[in-house]
Design a protein around this ligand. Structure first.
Ligand SMILES: O[B-]1(O)OCc2ccccc21
Ligand SMILES: [Zn+2]
Length: 263
Protein backbone atom coordinates (compact mmCIF):
# COMPACT_ATOMS: atom_id res chain seq x y z
CA UNK A 1 0.00 0.00 0.00
CA UNK A 2 1.77 3.18 -1.15
CA UNK A 3 1.37 6.25 1.05
CA UNK A 4 -1.91 8.16 0.92
CA UNK A 5 -3.55 5.36 -1.16
CA UNK A 6 -5.85 3.73 1.38
CA UNK A 7 -9.32 2.26 1.13
CA UNK A 8 -11.72 -0.29 2.55
CA UNK A 9 -10.69 -3.31 0.50
CA UNK A 10 -8.86 -6.52 1.35
CA UNK A 11 -5.37 -5.08 0.84
CA UNK A 12 -5.80 -1.37 1.63
CA UNK A 13 -8.51 -1.54 4.32
CA UNK A 14 -8.53 -0.64 8.06
CA UNK A 15 -6.28 -3.55 9.09
CA UNK A 16 -3.55 -2.29 6.69
CA UNK A 17 -3.74 1.43 7.60
CA UNK A 18 -1.18 1.19 10.42
CA UNK A 19 1.58 0.54 7.86
CA UNK A 20 1.35 4.08 6.48
CA UNK A 21 -0.39 5.61 9.53
CA UNK A 22 1.12 4.13 12.71
CA UNK A 23 -1.22 6.26 14.86
CA UNK A 24 -3.88 3.73 13.81
CA UNK A 25 -2.70 1.87 16.92
CA UNK A 26 -2.67 4.98 19.09
CA UNK A 27 -4.34 5.49 22.49
CA UNK A 28 -7.39 7.52 21.40
CA UNK A 29 -8.60 6.01 18.14
CA UNK A 30 -12.15 6.03 16.75
CA UNK A 31 -14.71 4.67 16.32
CA UNK A 32 -15.48 2.77 19.54
CA UNK A 33 -18.20 0.48 20.82
CA UNK A 34 -20.31 2.63 23.16
CA UNK A 35 -21.65 0.69 26.17
CA UNK A 36 -24.43 2.87 27.64
CA UNK A 37 -24.33 1.14 31.04
CA UNK A 38 -20.62 1.95 31.33
CA UNK A 39 -21.01 5.56 30.21
CA UNK A 40 -20.67 8.14 32.99
CA UNK A 41 -23.73 10.40 33.31
CA UNK A 42 -22.33 13.90 33.83
CA UNK A 43 -24.99 16.28 35.17
CA UNK A 44 -22.62 19.20 34.53
CA UNK A 45 -22.53 18.49 30.78
CA UNK A 46 -24.58 21.26 29.12
CA UNK A 47 -26.72 20.55 26.09
CA UNK A 48 -25.12 20.99 22.70
CA UNK A 49 -26.11 24.11 20.83
CA UNK A 50 -26.24 24.04 17.04
CA UNK A 51 -26.53 27.29 15.13
CA UNK A 52 -26.87 26.29 11.49
CA UNK A 53 -29.51 28.82 10.47
CA UNK A 54 -27.10 30.86 8.34
CA UNK A 55 -25.07 27.93 7.09
CA UNK A 56 -23.89 28.13 3.48
CA UNK A 57 -23.48 24.80 1.72
CA UNK A 58 -21.24 25.04 -1.33
CA UNK A 59 -20.85 21.71 -3.06
CA UNK A 60 -21.24 17.95 -2.92
CA UNK A 61 -18.34 15.72 -3.95
CA UNK A 62 -17.07 12.15 -4.16
CA UNK A 63 -13.56 11.97 -2.69
CA UNK A 64 -13.12 8.26 -3.37
CA UNK A 65 -13.94 7.37 0.24
CA UNK A 66 -17.35 8.97 0.87
CA UNK A 67 -19.75 11.63 -0.36
CA UNK A 68 -19.03 15.02 1.23
CA UNK A 69 -21.03 18.26 1.45
CA UNK A 70 -18.75 21.26 2.09
CA UNK A 71 -19.70 24.55 3.76
CA UNK A 72 -18.38 28.11 3.72
CA UNK A 73 -16.33 28.28 6.94
CA UNK A 74 -14.90 31.80 6.47
CA UNK A 75 -16.80 33.03 9.55
CA UNK A 76 -18.85 31.73 12.48
CA UNK A 77 -22.12 31.52 10.55
CA UNK A 78 -22.67 27.82 11.35
CA UNK A 79 -21.25 26.49 14.59
CA UNK A 80 -21.63 23.89 17.28
CA UNK A 81 -20.95 24.83 20.90
CA UNK A 82 -21.85 23.83 24.44
CA UNK A 83 -21.75 20.20 25.46
CA UNK A 84 -18.15 19.18 26.16
CA UNK A 85 -16.77 22.02 24.01
CA UNK A 86 -14.93 25.02 25.45
CA UNK A 87 -15.76 27.27 22.50
CA UNK A 88 -17.59 27.40 19.18
CA UNK A 89 -16.47 25.02 16.41
CA UNK A 90 -17.22 25.90 12.77
CA UNK A 91 -19.08 23.52 10.44
CA UNK A 92 -16.74 22.52 7.63
CA UNK A 93 -18.38 19.50 5.99
CA UNK A 94 -20.53 16.46 6.55
CA UNK A 95 -20.25 12.98 5.05
CA UNK A 96 -21.54 9.47 5.60
CA UNK A 97 -20.30 5.91 6.21
CA UNK A 98 -22.51 2.98 5.19
CA UNK A 99 -22.67 -0.77 4.57
CA UNK A 100 -23.43 -3.04 1.64
CA UNK A 101 -26.93 -4.03 2.73
CA UNK A 102 -28.88 -4.71 5.90
CA UNK A 103 -28.12 -3.02 9.14
CA UNK A 104 -24.35 -2.79 9.29
CA UNK A 105 -22.44 0.27 8.05
CA UNK A 106 -22.07 2.57 11.04
CA UNK A 107 -18.66 3.20 12.61
CA UNK A 108 -19.63 3.60 16.26
CA UNK A 109 -21.66 0.73 17.71
CA UNK A 110 -23.94 0.72 20.77
CA UNK A 111 -23.48 -2.38 22.92
CA UNK A 112 -22.39 -4.11 19.73
CA UNK A 113 -25.43 -2.92 17.74
CA UNK A 114 -24.53 -1.58 14.31
CA UNK A 115 -26.68 0.83 12.30
CA UNK A 116 -27.09 0.97 8.55
CA UNK A 117 -25.13 4.22 8.28
CA UNK A 118 -23.52 7.03 10.27
CA UNK A 119 -23.49 10.75 9.44
CA UNK A 120 -20.48 12.81 10.53
CA UNK A 121 -20.86 16.59 10.84
CA UNK A 122 -17.30 17.90 11.02
CA UNK A 123 -16.48 21.16 12.83
CA UNK A 124 -13.15 22.84 13.62
CA UNK A 125 -11.94 25.03 16.49
CA UNK A 126 -11.75 28.44 14.84
CA UNK A 127 -11.21 30.15 18.19
CA UNK A 128 -7.78 28.56 18.50
CA UNK A 129 -6.70 27.70 14.94
CA UNK A 130 -6.55 29.60 11.66
CA UNK A 131 -7.90 26.92 9.35
CA UNK A 132 -9.37 23.43 9.20
CA UNK A 133 -5.99 22.19 7.92
CA UNK A 134 -4.29 23.50 11.02
CA UNK A 135 -7.00 22.31 13.43
CA UNK A 136 -7.23 18.78 11.99
CA UNK A 137 -3.99 17.72 13.67
CA UNK A 138 -4.53 19.49 17.03
CA UNK A 139 -5.76 17.56 20.10
CA UNK A 140 -8.71 19.97 20.54
CA UNK A 141 -8.96 20.81 16.86
CA UNK A 142 -12.15 19.07 15.76
CA UNK A 143 -15.64 18.32 17.04
CA UNK A 144 -17.58 15.72 15.08
CA UNK A 145 -21.30 15.18 15.63
CA UNK A 146 -22.19 11.58 14.83
CA UNK A 147 -25.76 10.65 13.89
CA UNK A 148 -26.92 7.03 13.39
CA UNK A 149 -29.18 6.16 10.44
CA UNK A 150 -31.49 3.15 10.68
CA UNK A 151 -33.81 1.62 8.08
CA UNK A 152 -37.41 2.75 8.44
CA UNK A 153 -39.59 5.38 6.86
CA UNK A 154 -38.31 7.61 4.11
CA UNK A 155 -36.43 10.66 5.44
CA UNK A 156 -37.81 13.86 3.89
CA UNK A 157 -34.61 15.85 4.48
CA UNK A 158 -32.29 13.24 2.98
CA UNK A 159 -33.99 13.38 -0.44
CA UNK A 160 -32.07 16.48 -1.54
CA UNK A 161 -28.84 14.56 -0.96
CA UNK A 162 -29.82 11.21 -2.45
CA UNK A 163 -31.28 13.00 -5.50
CA UNK A 164 -27.90 14.68 -6.08
CA UNK A 165 -25.74 11.55 -5.82
CA UNK A 166 -25.98 10.79 -9.56
CA UNK A 167 -23.90 13.96 -10.16
CA UNK A 168 -20.97 12.63 -8.08
CA UNK A 169 -20.94 8.95 -9.04
CA UNK A 170 -17.21 8.84 -9.68
CA UNK A 171 -14.20 9.62 -7.46
CA UNK A 172 -13.06 13.21 -8.03
CA UNK A 173 -16.43 14.58 -9.16
CA UNK A 174 -17.93 17.74 -7.60
CA UNK A 175 -21.25 19.52 -8.12
CA UNK A 176 -22.86 22.72 -6.84
CA UNK A 177 -24.99 22.04 -3.78
CA UNK A 178 -26.54 25.20 -2.34
CA UNK A 179 -29.09 26.02 0.34
CA UNK A 180 -28.88 22.74 2.22
CA UNK A 181 -29.21 23.03 6.00
CA UNK A 182 -28.13 19.81 7.76
CA UNK A 183 -30.34 20.66 10.75
CA UNK A 184 -33.04 18.64 8.92
CA UNK A 185 -30.87 15.51 9.37
CA UNK A 186 -30.93 15.63 13.17
CA UNK A 187 -33.17 13.48 15.39
CA UNK A 188 -35.66 15.02 17.85
CA UNK A 189 -33.46 14.44 20.87
CA UNK A 190 -29.93 15.80 21.18
CA UNK A 191 -29.04 13.40 24.00
CA UNK A 192 -25.42 12.37 23.40
CA UNK A 193 -22.36 10.41 24.40
CA UNK A 194 -19.00 12.19 24.23
CA UNK A 195 -15.40 10.96 24.36
CA UNK A 196 -11.95 11.97 23.07
CA UNK A 197 -11.10 10.23 19.80
CA UNK A 198 -9.75 10.50 16.29
CA UNK A 199 -10.55 10.75 12.62
CA UNK A 200 -11.87 7.36 11.52
CA UNK A 201 -10.05 7.67 8.19
CA UNK A 202 -6.37 8.25 7.46
CA UNK A 203 -4.48 10.28 8.62
CA UNK A 204 -6.38 9.17 11.77
CA UNK A 205 -5.29 12.23 13.77
CA UNK A 206 -6.29 12.09 17.46
CA UNK A 207 -7.91 15.50 17.22
CA UNK A 208 -11.64 14.80 17.57
CA UNK A 209 -14.01 15.47 20.45
CA UNK A 210 -16.77 13.03 19.50
CA UNK A 211 -20.40 13.87 20.22
CA UNK A 212 -22.54 10.87 19.21
CA UNK A 213 -26.32 11.31 19.35
CA UNK A 214 -28.17 8.43 20.98
CA UNK A 215 -31.35 8.75 18.88
CA UNK A 216 -31.02 7.53 15.28
CA UNK A 217 -32.85 9.05 12.31
CA UNK A 218 -34.91 6.84 10.00
CA UNK A 219 -34.14 6.49 6.29
CA UNK A 220 -35.64 4.13 3.73
CA UNK A 221 -33.87 1.16 2.12
CA UNK A 222 -34.45 2.91 -1.22
CA UNK A 223 -32.60 6.02 -0.02
CA UNK A 224 -29.70 3.89 1.26
CA UNK A 225 -29.63 2.08 -2.07
CA UNK A 226 -28.82 5.37 -3.78
CA UNK A 227 -25.65 5.76 -1.67
CA UNK A 228 -24.56 2.38 -3.00
CA UNK A 229 -24.75 3.60 -6.61
CA UNK A 230 -21.69 5.74 -5.84
CA UNK A 231 -18.29 4.37 -6.85
CA UNK A 232 -14.90 4.32 -5.11
CA UNK A 233 -13.38 4.41 -8.59
CA UNK A 234 -12.80 7.25 -11.01
CA UNK A 235 -14.57 7.50 -14.38
CA UNK A 236 -11.39 6.53 -16.24
CA UNK A 237 -10.72 3.35 -14.19
CA UNK A 238 -11.26 -0.02 -15.82
CA UNK A 239 -12.63 -1.78 -12.77
CA UNK A 240 -15.72 -0.18 -11.20
CA UNK A 241 -15.86 -0.61 -7.41
CA UNK A 242 -19.17 0.19 -5.70
CA UNK A 243 -18.82 2.60 -2.78
CA UNK A 244 -20.07 0.61 0.21
CA UNK A 245 -18.78 -0.71 3.56
CA UNK A 246 -16.70 2.46 3.92
CA UNK A 247 -16.60 2.15 7.72
CA UNK A 248 -13.81 1.45 10.20
CA UNK A 249 -14.59 -1.11 12.93
CA UNK A 250 -14.51 -0.13 16.64
CA UNK A 251 -11.08 0.44 18.20
CA UNK A 252 -9.78 -0.21 21.77
CA UNK A 253 -11.15 2.20 24.39
CA UNK A 254 -7.85 2.16 26.31
CA UNK A 255 -9.50 3.33 29.52
CA UNK A 256 -11.16 6.41 28.03
CA UNK A 257 -14.30 7.64 29.80
CA UNK A 258 -17.44 7.94 27.69
CA UNK A 259 -19.75 10.54 29.24
CA UNK A 260 -23.45 11.09 28.60
CA UNK A 261 -25.66 14.10 29.22
CA UNK A 262 -28.67 11.87 29.82
CA UNK A 263 -29.52 9.03 32.23
O1 LIG B 1 -12.55 10.22 9.69
B1 LIG B 1 -13.77 10.91 9.61
O2 LIG B 1 -14.70 10.29 8.82
O3 LIG B 1 -14.27 11.07 10.96
C1 LIG B 1 -14.01 12.40 11.42
C2 LIG B 1 -13.53 13.17 10.27
C3 LIG B 1 -13.22 14.53 10.16
C4 LIG B 1 -12.79 15.03 8.94
C5 LIG B 1 -12.68 14.20 7.86
C6 LIG B 1 -12.99 12.84 7.98
C7 LIG B 1 -13.41 12.37 9.20
ZN1 LIG C 1 -16.54 10.11 9.05
Amino acid sequence: MTGHQWGYGEDDGPSAWSKDYPIAEGPRQSPINIVPDEAVYDANLPPISLNYDNCTSINISNNGHSVVVEFDDADDRSVIQGGPLNNAYRLKQFHFHWGGKGCHGSEHTVSGKTYTSELHLVHWNAARYGSFGEAVAASDGLAVLGVFLEIGDEHRGLHKITDALYMVKFKGTVADFRDFNPKCLLPRSLGYWTYPGSLTTPPLYESVTWIVLAEPIEVSEKQMGKFRTLLFSGEEEEVRKRMENNFRPPQPLNGRAVRSNFQ
